[in-house]
Every structure is written in structure tokens, then in C-alpha cells.
Design a protein around this ligand. Structure first.
Ligand code: NAD
Ligand code: TDX
Length: 353
């Protein structure tokens, strides 16, 4: 199995946890992290492992074919775990082309480079880390299976669906060894504070409104980010070529119920009067095309590879809140770039709706 692994998007939320996981668990591997360091990529998230002997960082764009080719050759890469992407649904509504460029063209550029470098080799692996959003929205009682037809509804999920299709197309057409996983909503430390949980934690701390889209009745299936990384590790090492695995912790929450739980936990941890954070909840105009419900059936991953989540949602949420409370300078640091302007400029009107 591969020992020189290129992880793309390793300075992002999930990528930073995955890089740390591989660097610490596999000292004999060489882990190369390639990341463009967009607003969502932060080397601050990797401080603890930046000098590890088996780790190196390359600042670069997955759309840069020449650079990717050099990185593959110089490091004799024999495995790629591809996470680099534009990942925020609201941004994809405002600027779909950025998502096509990185998520579709970037993925195909990476596939091309891997094909050129690996040629006919079969002792290699291209792993695409994808999302359950490619399957669209569920009715009550339904679950996403690996066989669920694709039905993406947002520019983000359409771009991820397209990249999934290209990975399978390269595998089928050129016989390149590949594998995919589609995971539900992740939560935990180092998530950029535009996603629901870190945004709301940060707003509660600063007594700012909590913008709940629509009626707050949409349902998401939440997974502790380190459990996602354990699953990726298992799938990378033990999954069968050409297979897809759905990853999720059987943990559905209606947005408003989750927000109430978060508010109550934050009140306790901050020593505030019970109910005070709930007072910040502000219903705002719904996200256009907002998918109603996601829910993963992870039976294949559980049955074939023996994966199970390591902690309950209440435990994970507690760890997450504690981490953001102890690392407020991380939030300030990642928000200090182009993000702040972009956010206020683009989202101001929705927040005021
Ligand atoms: P993120 O936005 O936190 O990180 C993305 C990373 O990719 C950043 O470090 C960014 O700098 C980098 N990047 C962006 N464009 C690039 C480019 N052109 N070239 C090189 N690097 C680039 O995203 P995340 O939440 O960590 O998600 C990682 C992957 O997992 C994505 O592919 C996403 O679709 C998928 N995923 C995310 C979730 C979730 O809940 N966050 C769930 C399922 C799947
Ligand atoms: O301010 C908000 N108010 C609100 O009500 C935000 C940011 C979100 N929401 C709602 C929208 C969703 O129903 O909360 C839910 C979660 O929203 P996000 O954190 O934006 O996540 P989501 O759109 O579900 O997508 C996430 O999970 C799947 C990731 O961003 C994707 O990258 C991943 O593929």
C-alpha cells in the first residue's frame, strides 16, 4: 500500500485533521499537503505537526497542472487523498464559477496528472473525499445508500457530483485505481466560522444574532470530524478499488433543535442566565434551494470495514464548544483575511431580512 501520500486541501477543516491523523499514526509514510490557502485554508490549524519529519507543505492550486505533475514526480507519490474544494453552499449560490473551477476542473486536472505520472500502475490509489449532498434531499423515512441516484440541488453539490462522476469515469476508462466516500455534515475544532456550528458559537460569544434560515426545520446528520478521518483511513487502506462508502453517524438533528441545544450548553459553559443565548435567535430569509433533509445509511462501512463512531453527539458538541472557547484567537486569526469584507458585503442583506 502507498507510502507517499498527497493530501489536497490539508489546511482546511477536515484536511487538517486528516493530515494530523496520518502524520502521527504513520511515521513511516511521507505526507505531502498541497493547499492553495484560500480564505478557508489556514496553516495555523497545523502548528503542532508542521515540523514533523514525515510532513511537508506545498502552497499550490489543484488547477495548476505543471505544479501537480512536479509534486507527484518529486515526491514519488503513490496515493492521493483529494479534499481540496470550495465547500460552502452559500458561497456557491453567490459565485458558482469558483466552484466549477476548483471542484470540477481542479479535480480533473489532478486526475490527469495522476494518470500521466502513474501510467498503468495498479499499486496506487486515487481517493476522492465527497459529500452526501450529491444525493439531494430526502423525505421522512428515506436514507442515502451508495446506490441512491445523484440529484444535486445547489451549485456546490452539482460541482461535487460532477467531480465524483469524473473520478469514476477515469477509473472506468483508464483503469486507474480509485475509491470514493460521501460523508454527512462534519463538526469539530478548526471549522471555518461561516458554517453553522462555529458561526453560532462565535456569535453567541459576541452577543450577535444567530441567523436561522427559513423556519429552522431542515435536518442534517452530524459527524465528529475525527470519526470521519478514522473512516477515511480505513477506506484508504482496506476499501475495495472502485467502491463507494457512505459515512455518517446516524445522528439526525432538526436545525432549530440543534441550535437550542447549542444555546443551552453555551449558557451553562459561559455561566450566563438560562435562555439568554436563545434570545439571539433571528429567523432570516431561507437559503435558496435549501435541501430539507440529509441522512446517511452507513451500513456498508460498518459491515465491510467495521467502522463505528467513537463518541456521542453530546460529547462531541461539548468538546467542540470547549475548543472554540479556548481558541478564540484562532477564530480571530482566520477571520482577519478577505473573509470579513466578503461576508458583510454578500450576506448583510440576508442577515437583516
Ligand atoms: P474547507 O473549505 O474547510 O477546506 C478546503 C481546503 O481546500 C482549504 O484549505 C482551501 O485552501 C483548499 N483549497 C480550495 N481551493 C483549492 C485549490 N484550487 N487548490 C488547492 N487547495 C484548495 O473544506 P472542508 O469542510 O474541510 O471539506 C473538505 C472536503 O470534504 C471537501 O471536498 C468537501 O466537499 C468534503 N466534505 C465536507 C464536509 C463537511 O461537512 N465539511 C462533509 C462531507 C464532505
Ligand atoms: O447561518 C446559518 N444559518 C442556518 O440556518 C448557516 C451557515 C446555516 N444554516 C443552516 C443551513 C443548513 O440547513 O444550517 C444547516 C447547516 O449549514 P452549513 O453549516 O452551511 O452546512 P451544509 O449546507 O449542510 O453543508 C455542509 O455539510 C456538507 C458543508 O458545508 C458541506 O461542505 C458538506 O459537504
Amino acid at each position: 500500500m502507498s507510502k507517499n501520500i498527497l493530501i489536497t486541501g490539508g489546511a482546511g477543516f477536515i484536511g487538517s485533521h486528516l493530515v494530523r491523523h496520518f502524520v502521527n499514526k504513520y511515521p513511516s509514510y511521507r505526507i505531502i499537503n498541497l493547499d492553495k490557502l484560500t480564505y478557508a485554508g489556514n496553516l495555523e490549524s497545523l502548528k503542532d505537526i508542521e515540523s514533523a519529519a514525515n510532513y511537508s507543505f506545498v502552497k499550490g492550486d489543484i488547477c495548476d497542472a505543471k505544479l501537480i505533475q512536479e509534486v507527484l514526480e518529486n515526491n514519488q507519490v503513490d496515493g492521493i487523498i483529494h479534499l481540496a474544494a470550495e465547500s460552502h453552499v452559500d458561497r456557491s449560490i453567490l459565485n458558482p464559477m469558483e466552484f466549477v473551477t476548483t471542484n470540477v476542473i481542479g479535480t480533473v486536472t489532478l486526475l490527469n496528472a495522476a494518470r500521466n505520472y502513474w501510467q498503468e500502475r495498479k499499486d496506487v490509489r486515487f481517493y476522492h473525499v465527497s459529500t452526501d449532498e450529491v444525493y439531494g434531499s430526502l423525505k421522512d423515512g428515506e436514507y442515502f445508500l451508495e446506490t441512491t441516484p445523484y440529484d444535486p440541488q445547489s451549485p456546490y453539490s452539482a460541482s461535487k457530483a460532477s467531480s465524483d462522476h469524473f473520478v469514476r469515469a477515469y477509473g472506468n476508462t483508464y483503469d486507474m485505481p480509485y475509491i470514493l466516500s460521501n460523508c454527512s455534515n462534519n463538526y469539530g475544532p478548526f471549522q471555518f466560522p461561516e458554517k453553522l456550528l462555529p458561526l453560532f458559537i462565535s456569535n453567541i460569544l459576541n452577543n450577535k444574532p444567530l441567523p436561522v434560515y427559513g423556519k429552522g426545520e431542515n435536518i442534517r446528520d452530524w459527524l465528529w470530524v475525527k470519526d470521519h478521518c478514522e473512516a477515511i483511513d480505513l477506506i484508504y487502506h482496506k476499501g475495495a478499488n472502485g467502491e463507494t462508502y457512505n459515512i455518517g453517524g446516524r445522528n439526525e438533528w432538526k436545525n432549530i433543535d440543534l441550535i437550542h441545544l447549542l444555546c443551552d450548553e453555551m449558557d451553562k459553559k459561559l455561566g450566563r442566565e438560562a435562555g439568554s443565548s436563545r434570545g439571539l435567535i433571528t429567523y432570516v430569509t431561507d437559503r435558496p434551494g435549501h435541501d430539507m433533509r440529509y441522512a446517511i445509511d452507513p451500513s456498508k462501512l460498518e459491515r465491510d470495514l467495521g467502522w463505528t463512531p467513537s463518541l456521542t453527539f453530546e460529547e462531541g458538541l461539548g468538546h467542540t464548544i470547549d475548543w472554540y472557547l479556548a481558541n478564540q484567537e484562532w477564530i480571530d486569526s482566520v477571520k482577519s483575511g478577505s473573509y470579513q469584507n466578503y461576508y458583510t458585503q454578500q450576506y448583510g442583506s440576508r442577515l437583516e431580512a
